[in-house]
Design a protein around this ligand. Structure first.
Ligand SMILES: Nc1ncnc2c1ncn2[C@@H]1O[C@H](COP(=O)(O)OP(=O)(O)OP(=O)(O)O)[C@@H](O)[C@H]1O
Ligand SMILES: [Zn+2]
Length: 471
């Protein structure tokens, strides 16, 4: 007595069994891959693609096929590689000169999820290199401005803007919110921001994520992939931070916009290779780009250090610490303000304006490099760059002595002339005062007044003369 209902039940059960067998086969393959790929370092489980469980064929919509056709045709990538990219999430720390091209190319390639993190707002001086922002975005949060451009580029990318500063309090939580099959952190802040570099490195090590790191300054760029496939982390290579005064940033040193553009594209390339399954060859490698000579060089770095404070065998850093204290500098890209002189060695821009108004005889010594003096200067100043003073270049010293004796001749009796030193922001001018004081002690100029103008020409432009250019 074999009823019709019974035979339907059997075929339905058979179908279910087939489906389960397929699932088991897929899971066994996944497990084998995971077991094979497991090492002590974090691995990208990129070989796991999204497959249709019944057909085992990768699923791509007709629209996706059209949109990504040019990269699907690449044998190195193919459908599987693309599907892996679409399952990858990337947190980008910094939406500036590097972060913009990283985000742009990852979104265009169909990355799954993109976290865009930046605490800053868009300024006019950003636009020559931070290409996701436009003139109409000035004053807007960079993270939001970048996200809106990315949405227009590819609406299928899950784009999450974070208008905040990455700090030891929020970093781990944020980094760990990127749990897709592959997840990568790209640090895209300028090289001067050393505390943020340590913070991001430690967060990646503690969360087991690879870090694609780049920097760009003046006409040079660098790239390394940290904490990837057993390679070193940032701390393995730089266990001790550099002295803060040796670090330059873009607003001090300048940068040609296309250099971070190239380095950001390079970061995006490494992320895509890692995500798609090809892997990056930049672990334990420092790749350097010299835009002046149009040359790339690559040097092999030392391997993972067993005594590294965070990724070593007995780590002393097991949670995030105070990176500003560790590095002795601020974790933002804003210029640091030095305080090298006593109060009576300094005058404010308002006090200097009074001196000008009362025609008080003095010499204004501008210690900025010539390139900056070419941009703008106060008409009555003498330019001797700080480097020229510090190196005691003979012609510079002669020029200075000459101007001071001219000034003395114009002055009555034993009145001593004063030298006021100015620079862009009031840091170099303080160093210059120290150099001058050393130079003059014991000479006929020893009872001179030498003071620095607090905040330099940018304070002059903000407080005294709004028509004076800011740069
Ligand atoms: N800890 C941090 N958290 C969030 N964003 C950060 C952090 N540190 C740096 N950034 C961001 O990283 C970006 C770095 O980009 P870049 O150096 O090109 O720009 P910038 O700081 O605007 O430069 P400039 O010196 O010309 O003003 C900046 O937008 C900065 O706000
Ligand atoms: Zn390490």
């Amino acid at each position: 007595f074999w009823s019709k209902e019974m035979s339907e039940d059997v075929s339905s059960l058979k179908a279910q069994l087939e489906e389960k067998k397929n699932e088991i086969a897929i899971l066994s393959r996944k497990l084998a891959q995971l077991e094979k790929g497991q090492t002590s370092a974090p691995e990208l489980h990129h070989k796991v693609t999204s497959l249709n469980p019944l057909t085992e064929k990768p699923a791509l919509s007709r629209e996706d096929i059209l949109r990504y056709s040019r990269q699907l045709l690449l044998p190195e990538l193919g459908v599987r590689g693309h599907l892996n990219i679409s399952k990858t999430s990337v947190l980008i720390v910094g939406c500036g000169g590097l972060g913009c091209p990283v985000a742009q190319y990852l979104a265009a390639a169909g990355i799954g999820r993109l976290g865009l993190l930046d605490y800053d707002e868009v300024e006019l001086s950003n636009l020559h290199r931070q290409v996701l922002h436009g003139e109409e975005n000035q004053g807007q949060a960079k993270a939001l401005s970048a996200a809106s451009t990315i949405k227009r580029l590819n609406s299928s990318v899950e784009c999450v803007p974070y208008h905040l500063q990455l700090t030891p309090d929020n970093a781990l939580q944020l980094v760990q919110q990127y749990p897709h099959i592959t997840s990568v952190v790209a640090i895209a802040t300028s090289s001067n921001n050393v505390p943020t570099r340590y913070l991001v490195n430690d967060s990646c090590v503690l969360s087991g994520k690879p870090l694609v790191s780049a920097s760009a300054l003046r006409m040079e760029g660098q790239l390394t992939v940290y904490n990837y496939q057993g390679g070193p982390c940032y701390r393995c290579l730089y266990p001790v931070p550099p002295p803060p005064e040796t670090v330059t940033n873009c607003s001090d040193g300048g940068v040609l916009g296309v250099v971070p553009g190239i380095m950001g594209c390079f970061q995006a390339l490494e992320v895509l290779k890692m995500a798609s399954g090809q892997g990056s060859s930049c672990s334990q490698q420092l790749v350097m780009f010299d835009a002046q000579d149009s040359r790339w060089r690559s040097i092999r770095l030392r391997p993972r250090q067993p005594d590294c404070a965070v990724c070593g065998e007995k780590p002393s850093v097991t949670r995030l610490v105070d990176y500003e204290a560790f590095c002795g500098s601020a974790a933002t890209d804003k210029c640091r303000k030095l305080n090298l002189l006593s109060k009576d060695q300094r005058i404010t821009v308002q006090e200097y304006k009074c001196l000008l108004d009362t025609a008080s005889p003095h010499l204004l010594l501008d210690v900025r490099p010539l390139v900056e003096v070419d941009i703008c200067s106060l008409p009555f100043s003498l330019n001797i760059p700080l480097s020229g003073l510090a190196e005691r270049k003979e012609d510079n010293l002669l020029l200075l002595r000459d101007r001071i004796s001219q000034l003395k001749q114009q002055m009555a009796g034993d009145c001593q002339p004063a030298v006021y030193v100015i620079c862009k922001l009031g840091n170099d001018s303080q160093t210059a005062v120290q150099v001058l004081e050393k130079m003059m002690s014991g000479s006929e100029l020893s009872n001179f007044t030498v003071k620095d103008v607090i905040g330099g020409l940018m304070a002059w432009a903000t407080i005294i003369d709004p028509t004076f250019p800011q740069y």
